[in-house]
Design a protein around this ligand. Structure first.
Ligand SMILES: Cc1cc2nc3c(=O)[nH]c(=O)nc-3n(C[C@H](O)[C@H](O)[C@H](O)COP(=O)(O)OP(=O)(O)OC[C@H]3O[C@@H](n4cnc5c(N)ncnc54)[C@H](O)[C@@H]3O)c2cc1C
Length: 600
């Protein structure tokens, strides 16, 4: 097992040299911070990831979460991880001091989440679940709910979930049937229904678990317009914050999954065996829009989990490729000469570069989004807020879907570097691959993300979101073009940007003509093309910072040269695929649309 999970030098490069996150110190919310406190946080998170999360990675998979027919026990090692995260304030590093947080930027939260997920995604999800539930209550709940729930959730006293999915309503959330009926004698609702696949849904890590649950109120309109959000504790909470009686949230079972086995993914029955009380968050029938605001965070977090797994796998592969001796130089015909490390073979370096380029581009995209989210949260300039929102809306499906699709391929390449050993569970890459698969499925399956990009984000405000992104990309192309060494790369990104704009307009005309099914049927190919442009753009931005550092005579020349070559590799070998996809999309490819189901 490699003890390197991430390239901290590269993370610092992204934070300080590319994204310049010290600019965030101008905002009152972050004024107590400095580069030193940021560094302390990410270094401490990395130590915890390597020394506590990672050593439990395989053990938690082997032991799994265990359901005894009524209760769920989390894997033993998870108790120590939970304790250390609680002690270290890792449940909510970004929230305000009043709730026990440290007011770090989201950019730092993104990095710490990345590091914990690289160490052990199952474990990171238990911690993150509490943050998600609290964030919903903080954003939309009334003062009473905030007073009862926020401190214990943000402080790691209690766990949290997001309960949307039902056995017959996964993607199609408009079909949920869990009900909430106003109780005749109080401010609460009586909840009945079953939720499936609930991450961290039941465990013994904390004495209470708080479930934000999507429900239908009596008389609510059908479909997505009739969905409300309630908070349902496993144990009721008294007005003074002490725990009351069991709230009849009963665990029916946990899933036996191909990956993330340390995670208790539970089926929960609400109110089947006695009264289950829930309290409305915000206004009736607005539940889905509230949940979607959290889901934007959750989707970017899914991208973070995916690239984190790829990062851990990549570092394992690099170590193995340096140590494994096999074969000789292709020109060496002496069978008695010693064998050489496989990293000496160009094809192995190709596989490693493919992973490195993916990780650097994907982390670039995610930390760009994190900085934009920080600006949106802090700025008082309404115009800037609006632009930030448009950029995030467009890039969220790319962070979720493209990063998770490509992370799986990246880990496949890592596994390939191990040869037969990769296929065995002795090394962690096989588990990293198994764990990673679900990231393309949950938080909205990737096909749905693609439809979200093309169906909602592209036409949004008459194309304003795509225009905001293209303007941003255009600025960076111009900056890179001014550097002679980068002009050829900038030209290639420009060519791809032109192709993406061209295809977008072409598809737009189809959409405007009313052929909605034809417009949307190649959404997945569109998302891949669009995201490859975004990744190429991020590599160009990084290459620009690297070139500027080299021109200024930076000490760390090898780091910057490696960065330049990695960008060149992505832009020259991966990004050109967009041009082939553009051809397909412009040819109005419709085979899948017209193919009758009976022919399968
Ligand atoms: C490990 C794990 C953890 C999870 N954690 C949670 C959690 O914490 N909370 C929670 O609420 N849920 C959770 N889920 C559920 C997850 O979000 C759903 O599995 C996911 O939304 C897909 O729903 P489904 O499984 O019912 O698949 P389906 O909706 O049946 O979809 C199956 C396939 O059909 C495609 N499809 C469906 N409808 C359409 C359409 N209209 N157009 C085009 N294609 C379509 C989908 O893209 C998908 O590929 C989790 C799932 C897993 C496996």
């Amino acid at each position: 097992m490699s003890d390197k999970l991430a390239d901290m030098r590269f993370i610092r490069f992204l934070l300080y040299e590319v994204n310049k996150i010290e600019e965030l110190l101008q905002y009152p919310y972050h004024e107590d911070h400095s580069r030193e406190t940021f560094d302390m946080a990410i270094d401490a998170a990395y130590d915890l990831a390597r020394e506590v999360f990672w050593p439990a990675f395989q053990e938690m998979d082997r032991e799994g979460a265990v359901f005894d027919g009524s209760h769920v026990a989390a894997p033993k090692a998870m108790h120590e991880i939970w304790r250390q995260c609680k002690e270290g304030g890792w449940f909510a590093p970004n929230v305000c001091y009043d709730f026990g947080g440290q007011q770090f930027p989201l950019s730092i939260l993104a990095v710490t989440s990345f590091l914990f997920s690289a160490g052990n995604s199952s474990a990171a999800m238990y911690v993150n679940g509490a943050w998600g539930a609290a964030h919903l209550i903080e954003s939309f709940g009334n003062e009473d709910l905030k007073a009862r729930y926020l401190q214990p959730l943000y402080g790691g006293e209690w766990g949290g979930t997001m309960a949307l999915t039902e056995p017959d309503a996964g993607t199609s959330l408009g079909d949920i049937t869990t009900t909430a009926v106003k109780a005749p004698d109080g401010d609460h609702y009586l909840i009945r229904g079953t939720k499936r696949f609930i991450s961290s849904g039941d465990h013994d890590l904390a004495e209470n678990i708080i479930h934000p649950v999507l429900v239908r109120l009596e008389g609510a309109p059908p479909g997505v317009k009739g969905i409300s959000l309630v908070v349902v504790p496993k144990r009721r909470v008294n007005a003074d914050g002490t725990l009351g009686e069991f709230n009849n949230v009963v665990t029916a079972g946990i899933e036996h999954k191909m990956g993330l086995r340390g995670q208790a993914t539970a089926t929960l029955m609400f109110g089947e065996q006695g009264e289950c009380h829930g309290w409305l968050i915000g206004e009736p029938n607005k539940g889905l829009s509230y949940m979607f605001q959290l889901m934007n965070h959750a989707r970017v977090f899914t991208g973070i989990q995916a690239v984190a797994g790829a990062s851990a796998a990549y570092h394992c592969a690099v170590q193995y490729a340096r140590e494994r001796l096999q074969g000789r130089e292709i020109t060496n015909k002496d069978p008695l000469s010693p064998q050489i490390p496989i990293i000496s073979h160009a094809d192995v370096r190709r596989m490693l570069l493919q992973q490195k380029a993916f990780i650097e581009g994907a982390l670039g995209m995610i930390l760009f989004c994190a900085k934009v989210a920080d600006r949106m949260q802090n700025t008082t300039d309404e115009e800037e807020k609006k632009t930030c929102n448009l950029l995030l809306e467009t890039l969220t499906p790319c962070c979720k879907a493209h990063v998770s699709d490509e992370a799986f391929k990246s880990i496949t390449a890592a596994l390939q570097c191990f040869g037969g050993a990769g296929f065995c569970e002795e090394f962690p890459v096989a588990q990293l691959l198994r764990d990673n698969k679900v990231f393309s499925i949950y938080e909205g399956a990737n096909g749905i993300q693609a439809m979200d990009l093309l169906g909602r984000k592209v036409p949004m405000e008459a194309g304003a979101a795509v225009r905001a992104l293209m303007t941003e990309i255009g600025k960076n192309i111009a900056e890179a073009s001014a550097l002679e060494a980068l002009k050829p790369l900038a030209d290639k990104v420009q060519e791809v940007q032109n192709a993406v704009i061209d295809v977008t307009m072409h598809l737009g005309a189809i959409g405007m003509s009313g052929e909605v099914n034809l417009y949307i049927c190649n959404a997945t190919a569109y998302l891949a093309m669009f995201s490859q442009l975004v990744m190429g753009w991020q590599h160009l931005v990084q290459a620009t910072a690297a070139q500027q550092a080299l021109d200024a005579g930076a000490d760390d020349a090898d780091f910057y040269k490696a960065k330049l070559e990695t960008a060149r590799f992505y832009i020259n070998t991966t990004m050109p695929h967009t041009l082939a996809t553009a051809q397909v999309l412009k040819a109005v490819e419709r085979t899948a649309l017209d193919y009758p189901p009976d022919w399968f």
